[in-house]
Design a binder for this molecule. Structure first.
Ligand code: ADP
Ligand code: MG
Length: 344
């Protein structure tokens, strides 16, 4: 089944389901539109389609309805990063997807990165920084810039984008209400990363209260220190924050949007399905390096805590979120057209 070209259909189905099943906020719902800016494919056209298309539609609709019924009321954590954040078109599509999932009854938490935006601001203000093992080495000065960019501009762009798409989102920093409580992350090679945080405690009560109210929390990954370090701001890798939040919430799924097809082997071929053991082996033999390390490490951390599936998904694909969440049906195996699924 070809789902990649069906983003408008996915949106139209979520739009139709919303019309059928939701009684709240109809004016907000009508703002969910296809990427072309026109109202999604009309149900009239689908009903009057050629028999072949009609069957395709029925089969797609069945798959999607199975996904929706298996995920309604479930929590999904989405790490939003990479290209999906820097292209205005992809960003708009992302916000539409989150609003659609929310309206379909899923409890969605967004955790965002902002590497390119932080890099641009560090250059502007003339602060040096470098990466070690996919983590940005973070002096106090670097954390200050990261906090300004992530918790300021980037966080607000995302929460307001989701609201404009008809959803309800509230932006939060990991320092608000002790949402992400951190200790200094110790690099396994003994390199001092500065104030890079490892998330030890997540204020899941706050997240669940917001989710109960039908609100999508949009979390920027700046954490707070613990105990005597209460006033220290920690720079967390967004993959670390997303994986830990998913694990502590015992989410149904965690999805990492990135700027590559998924986890690749040494021949650059996509690895579609990986076990925790496979992931460890691929790190040991250096197939997985740099920014992919925190993704797979904290994806497996989440799975060990009970998250059923972790997806590393190509955020360059328009509407990647709806594709991965809805196109896999009840089995939740993703779109089947890209991305890596990590399971037990
Ligand atoms: P983001 O966190 O914004 O998604 P990162 O640059 O931190 O992006 O992480 C993704 C990058 O990880 C890829 O673009 C790629 O350069 C790198 N990478 C390292 N090893 C692998 C691998 N085995 N498969 C895929 N990407 C990998
Ligand atoms: Mg990264």
């Amino acid at each position: 089944m070809k789902f990649r070209n069906l983003a408008p259909l996915l949106l139209s189905i979520s739009f139709a389901s919303i019309q059928a099943f939701t009684v709240q906020a109809p004016s907000a719902i009508t703002s969910i539109r296809s990427p072309t800016g026109t109202r999604s494919t009309s149900i009239h056209n689908i009903l009057h389609a050629e028999p072949e298309n009609e069957n395709k539609f029925a089969s797609n609709a069945k798959t999607i309805s199975e996904a929706v019924s298996s995920l309604a009321g479930q929590t999904i954590v989405i790490k939003y990063g990479g290209n999906a954040m820097t292209s205005p078109e992809l960003a708009k599509g992302f916000c539409e997807d989150i609003a659609a999932l929310q309206k379909l009854g899923m409890r969605v938490v967004v955790v965002h990165g902002g590497g390119p935006q932080i890099k641009a601001m560090l250059e502007k203000v003339g602060v040096d920084s470098r990466f070690e093992g996919g983590m940005r080495v973070s002096s106090e000065e670097v954390v200050g810039v990261a906090e300004m960019v992530l918790c300021g501009t980037v966080n607000k762009q995302i929460s307001s984008g989701i609201c404009s798409a008809g959803g309800v989102a509230v932006g939060l920093s990991g320092r608000d209400a002790d949402l992400l409580q951190c200790e200094k992350l110790l690099n396994k090679d003994g390199i001092d990363l500065g104030n890079v945080g490892d998330v030890k405690v997540v204020n899941t009560d706050l997240l669940n209260d917001l989710l109960d109210l039908g609100i999508t929390p949009v979390v920027s990954p700046i954490g707070t220190g613990m105990g005597e370090e209460k006033d220290v701001a920690y720079n967390c890798n967004a993959d670390v924050a997303a994986g830990r939040i998913a694990g502590e919430l015992r989410a149904s799924r965690v999805l990492f949007l990135t700027d590559i097809a998924g986890v690749l082997d040494k021949e650059m071929k996509l690895l579609k399905e990986l076990s925790i053991q496979d992931v460890n082996d691929l790190i040991d033999d250096e197939t997985i390096t740099e920014g992919m390390i925190p993704k797979v490490t904290y994806a497996t951390d989440a799975i060990k805590l009970g998250v059923k599936g972790a997806f590393i998904t190509d955020g360059r694909v328009p509407h990647a979120v709806l594709n991965e969440i809805l196109a896999g049906g009840a089995q939740g195996k993703g779109s089947g057209e890209g991305g890596t699924i990590i399971t037990m």
